[in-house]
Design a protein around this ligand. Structure first.
Ligand SMILES: Cc1cc2nc3c(=O)[nH]c(=O)nc-3n(C[C@H](O)[C@H](O)[C@H](O)COP(=O)(O)OP(=O)(O)OC[C@H]3O[C@@H](n4cnc5c(N)ncnc54)[C@H](O)[C@@H]3O)c2cc1C
Ligand code: HEM
Length: 367
């Protein structure tokens, strides 16, 4: 698949050189996400209920690049040529050729159609109001948008920061949308990454960020009767706490059990906020889980990590998927999982092995 993406972009840039300027110099991350999006699409061709909203959101989000309908024609033609060149000639029959034309037309029609119908801005500007280092490799950044964005708690947005022009990355707002246009992100530096270490090292008050349209299907459950299991690791807690904050405004909620995970105890950076939510909302139970009992050598915070927070269950030690599976039976719960792709996959498989149906488990596309 990676080879295919490489070939697709080299065809695109040779045949349509003007399109090269849309993309950043380093294309590795883009190729990876593009391949995953195409894989996600191909896997769901028979599930239009899930696929079409995904493509529509992607199309609305692509407005921020200034992409025009004719660019989609160029992109689809390059994808098809790359596919054809990678396939054996006897496999690439007229029927296969037609199927690719139809599939790619469906993708671009859905993306272009959604973009053309959208009335919100293609891009929001945001001014950094506060940039707080929470851990050596984790920062909470609060911004005010130039106009409010109506995202659902649980969704994510793509973000471009001034230190890394044209390198958009997804981040999940950690608070619900509000009329003041305030928004908060929790960012962890991925070692060797292009953008996240730059956010940790260079974000300053007054910086101007750009944000694309909201994406993703996680959101506050509509059925107040079905119990909810939320599992979030690291900054994966952000879209979950945004939902919990929204639910705290409602009169009735199902019972929610939140497992919040990290590698070390210090990675449980948001326990004070979760503790406040749990104390005020009896429908919420929170269990912290860490893989290790000790903090890393570089953690020099003088305040001892107490592991005792009002309203919060005692911290458990172990792999989060195992701890969740051991703690209860979850087959009658709706489940949301947020974290690194490997954590999401492992947790999902473990829950499925103990009786939870795949259709009741939600997570974002694993880009
Ligand atoms: C739906 C969604 C929501 C997200 N929300 C947040 C958020 O709220 N806060 C946040 O900090 N991040 C979030 N991310 C991750 C974020 O979008 C970036 O992928 C991450 O910050 C790495 O970007 P980078 O440019 O530093 O690394 P890149 O230069 O893109 O990647 C460098 C290397 O690191 C690997 N890598 C990328 N991401 C990870 C990861 N998470 N864990 C381990 N290895 C990785 C890549 O495969 C690559 O090999 C979210 C991702 C998705 C898909
Ligand atoms: C077949 C239709 C297409 C699909 C499925 C697709 C998919 C994606 C995905 C998944 C991403 C990464 C996430 C994001 O930033 O939104 C992306 C980024 C991007 N896409 Fe597309 N895209 C398509 C068409 C196009 C076209 C026609 C253009 C115009 C030239 C384009 C330009 C870009 C740019 C500039 C980026 C950002 C690159 C980066 O930040 O590294 N895309 N696309």
């Amino acid at each position: 698949m990676q080879r295919l993406a490489r070939s697709c972009y080299s065809i695109l840039f040779t045949e349509y050189p003007a399109l090269r300027d849309f993309f950043p110099a380093a294309m590795d991350a883009q190729r990876d996400r593009f391949v995953k999006a195409i894989g996600f699409t191909l896997d769901r061709l028979e599930q239009p209920g899930e696929l079409l909203p995904f493509l529509a959101q992607l199309g609305r989000d692509h407005r921020k690049y200034g992409v025009l309908p004719e660019h989609y024609v160029a992109m689809c033609s390059s994808i098809k040529t790359a596919m054809r060149l990678s396939a054996d000639t006897e496999i690439w029959t007229d029927e296969v050729d037609r199927a690719w034309d139809e599939g790619l037309k469906m993708i671009s029609d859905t993306m272009v159609g959604a973009a053309e119908k959208e009335t919100t801005p293609p891009v929001w500007g945001g001014t950094v109001l506060e940039s707080r280092a929470v851990l050596r490799n984790l920062r909470v950044v609060r911004l005010r948008l130039d106009q409010p964005m109506r995202y659902a708690a649980g969704q994510y947005v793509s973000v471009q920061v001034p230190a890394r022009p044209r390198m958009w990355r997804y981040l999940s707002p950690a608070i619900p949308a509000n009329a003041e246009g305030e928004i908060e992100f929790h960012v962890r530096a991925v070692s060797g990454g292009w953008v996240s270490p730059a956010i940790i090292d260079h974000t300053a008050v007054g910086d101007q960020w750009q944000l694309g349209a909201p994406l993703g299907g996680l959101g506050v459950p509509r059925n107040p009767k079905r119990k909810l299991l939320m599992i979030g690791c690291g900054t994966g807690i952000a879209p979950l706490r945004a939902q919990l904050m929204t639910m705290a405004q409602r009169r009735a909620n199902p019972h929610v059990h939140l497992f919040v995970g990290g590698k070390h105890p210090c990675d449980l950076y948001d326990m004070d906020a979760l503790s406040e939510l749990a104390v005020a909302n009896p429908w919420l139970s929170v269990t912290p889980v860490t893989e290790q009992d000790e903090n890393p050598w570089w953690y020099t915070e003088s305040k001892p990590q107490e592991n005792i927070w009002p309203g919060i269950a005692p911290r458990r030690t172990g792999a989060i998927a195992k701890v969740v599976a051991k703690t209860g039976t979850w087959a009658d719960h709706d489940v949301q999982i947020v974290g690194s792709p490997s954590m999401v996959q492992t947790t999902k498989f473990r829950l499925m092995a103990s009786g939870t149906q795949a259709k009741n488990i939600r997570h974002d596309p694993l880009f």
